[in-house]
Design a protein around this ligand. Structure first.
Ligand SMILES: Nc1ncnc2c1ncn2[C@@H]1O[C@H](COP(=O)(O)OP(=O)(O)O)[C@@H](O)[C@H]1O
Ligand SMILES: [Mg+2]
Length: 328
């Protein structure tokens, strides 16, 4: 299978007035062409920093890339010059965010904004660009594209704005779409529609997707593979089936157990005791050890590296759940 993206041992820090933020450490995963990779983790676990690093929109400084490679279509994007990266961003890698309002300009109609983006990447005139925008809006199942094109962003619902963002991202025929919590601000019905849309696009346009979320339900619904992040590190990386049936990392297992079952009412939600680490002063050793039931002495001293323990199943843990907990 063709590998479109491989992130290898990424380590990123931020230099701030309060001190160094040890944001990413031991971040590795890969994405095969045409697949959807989920990145899941709690707030502050490093998901957006990872996404921004891939698309090279991280503010450097304060960010500092200490180590790692981001191999996209065979080349390390971290080695690209600014101009080279400007050609790739938007053209080969597109990104959508949780709040489309931040990416849309409030004073221009959708028509202008979408056609501007299209004209930036293709040598065509305004009229052709608007026609292409209309077609893309149809692709994202907007029933009346002309009407939407004639509106300002604030005149559209959140779900509609997110569709416009996806259409804009896809109008450049990018090979990789990075969606950073694209459905978090939406109601459940609209969320399902947007997820179905991303899945459709993957099929019809042969695009590869990184879907970032803090919601395991979202990951389980449409992802092929999953990277679980905790405290700035990838702690487990495998296919969705293996992860839900046989997680090895105690944190992944805790996350899975915290999902409320759909078919029954429960008294108390299972949560992992403790709180996420402050990355200004992360715990030594494994960053999860203070919350981990399986922690050994070694875990407090030496951070485990991400290792392939079975084919395509990677974990960073010295004392994994034996044989994987069976979640049948
Ligand atoms: N510009 C920045 N300056 C300093 N610290 C930052 C900056 N951006 C992110 N961080 C830190 O990096 C860590 C990971 O953040 P982020 O990737 O946004 O988390 P997530 O998207 O998983 O919620 C957090 O501790 C956050 O405070
Ligand atoms: Mg984020």
């Amino acid at each position: 299978m063709e590998r479109i993206l491989e992130v290898k041992d990424l380590k990123i820090q931020f230099d701030t007035e309060e001190g160094t933020v040890y944001a990413l450490e031991n971040v590795s995963f890969h994405l095969n062409k045409g697949e959807i990779l989920g990145i899941i983790g709690e707030t502050g676990s490093g998901k957006s920093v990872t996404a921004s690093a891939i698309n090279r929109i991280l503010p450097v400084p304060p960010a500092r890339i200490v180590n790692g490679e981001i191999i996209f279509q065979g080349k390390d994007v971290l080695q690209y010059k600014r101009e080279e990266m400007n050609r790739i961003r938007g053209k080969k890698i597109s990104m959508i965010f949780q709040e489309p309002m931040t990416a849309l300009n409030p004073v221009f109609k959708i028509k202008e904004q979408m056609s501007d983006v299209i004209m930036h990447h293709q040598k065509i005139n305004r009229k052709k660009a608007v026609k292409q925008a209309t077609e893309m809006l149809e692709q994202v199942r907007i029933p009346d594209p002309e009407m939407v094109l004639d509106k300002y962003p604030h005149e559209l619902s959140g779900g509609m704005r997110q569709r416009v963002m996806i259409a804009t991202a896809l109008s450049c025929e990018a090979d990789l779409l990075i969606a950073d919590e694209p459905t978090t601000a939406l109601d459940v019905t609209t969320q399902d529609q947007i997820l179905a849309l991303i899945q459709d696009m993957r099929k019809n346009l042969d695009i590869s997707v990184i879907l970032i979320t803090h919601d395991f339900g979202v990951v389980a619904e449409i992802c092929d593979t999953v990277a679980v992040m905790y405290g700035g590190s990838v702690v487990e990386f495998t296919d969705i089936y293996t992860l839900t049936k046989k997680p090895y990392h105690p944190y992944s297992n805790g996350l899975l157990k915290a999902i409320p079952p759909v078919d029954q009412t429960i008294e108390k939600l299972n949560t992992i005791p403790g709180s996420v680490p402050n990355l200004l002063k992360p715990p030594p050793g494994c960053r999860f050890h203070p919350r981990c039931e399986n922690a050994l002495e070694k875990c407090k001293i030496d951070p485990p590296s991400l290792t392939e323990i079975e084919e395509n199943h990677f974990i960073a843990c010295y004392n994994p759940i034996k044989g994987g907990e069976d979640n049948e």
